[in-house]
Write a protein of this length. Structure first.
Length: 300
């Protein structure tokens, strides 16, 4: 198995115990989420550990390492195991019925750098993930310490449509949270957080243009899960409305947004390790460049 040849040069460390009141909202985007790994590491390196985190899809998966305070853990495991098809690829599909091998991630991969469970389970830090209920077509929110089988909720919320079998939680089928909600900034605002930081996986000028195939959507989901058909059919339009709302909130100073400083052409399941490493360092650089302004926003 070929891994990234500069694994030992990746940042490593532990975040401080200092907590800042506020909510971090993190977008998904499959392996574009490696960008967020870089931003999150930059925040931890600079003692910005917000006491609430909510993520969608890969954004939720990245939250595991942010909550555990393990700098560099996410990108190390991604770059080491991306070539293994049990992690992402054919063997995951054959064994786990989805393109992402969550069971393999939660068991074998975790042994490489064990999760700091004590910090992860700190009751002073909220961690919420979003998944789409396939019966209602609406997003639902699952919280660490409150929701049963929280890691399975993360798996449900990161299981992409068409490429994954639905994950059942208490008998209800779920898939990717991004079907119904891409960037749950409104959740954070309704929870009463005055300081909300958003990490995006698309540059600020990006607009989704192409909708999914109507024929494919209906063939796969219309009979069993009709409530998500329109959510999938008009997913790009839904995304663009959310992004327009985020822009207005940012312009008013209500929220703080960190986004890629250049347009990303990366495929959802990129297998070029050097390209993924570059994406991580882009996030790390953008994160560090935002620190001064972010600290000012948080202190106001």
């Amino acid at each position: 198995m070929r891994a990234y040849d500069k694994l030992n040069e990746l940042p490593r460390g532990e975040a401080s115990d200092k907590l800042t009141h506020g909510c971090l909202v993190v977008e998904g985007g499959a392996l574009r989420g490696v960008y967020c790994q870089g931003v999150l590491d930059a925040l931890m390196m600079n003692d910005i550990n917000l006491d609430c985190y909510i993520g969608v899809s890969s954004g939720a998966m990245n939250g595991v390492n942010y909550l555990s305070g393990q700098i560099g853990r996410g990108v190390y495991l991604t770059l080491k195991y991306r070539p293994d098809s049990r992690f992402i690829g054919l063997r995951a599909i054959l064994k786990e019925h989805g393109i992402t091998g969550f069971r393999y991630m939660w068991t074998e991969v975790q042994k490489d750098i064990p999760l700091n469970k004590e910090r992860f389970n700190d009751p002073n830090r909220r961690f919420v993930c979003v998944a789409t209920n396939l019966w209602t077509g609406k997003e639902e929110y699952f919280e660490k310490g409150i929701s049963d089988d929280f890691l399975f909720a993360i798996q449900a919320g990161a299981s992409i449509p068409f490429g994954s079998r639905p994950v059942k939680l208490k008998g209800i089928p779920y898939l990717d949270g991004g079907i119904a909600k891409h960037v749950p900034v409104e959740w954070a605002l309704k929870q009463g957080y005055r300081k909300v930081v958003v990490i995006k996986t698309r540059d600020k000028d990006y607009k989704a243009k192409k909708e999914m195939s109507d024929r494919l959507i209906r063939a796969v989901y219309a009979r069993r899960f009709p409530k998500i058909v329109d959510k999938l059919r008009f997913n790009s339009a839904l995304y663009n409305r959310e992004i327009d709302h985020i822009k207005r909130l940012e312009e008013s100073g209500r929220i703080f947004v960190i986004a890629p400083s250049k347009a990303l052409e990366l495929s959802l399941f990129c297998n070029d390790l050097n390209e993924l490493a570059d994406l991580y360092y882009l996030g790390l650089g953008d994160g560090k460049a935002s620190i001064e302004a972010l600290k000012k926003y948080l202190e106001e």
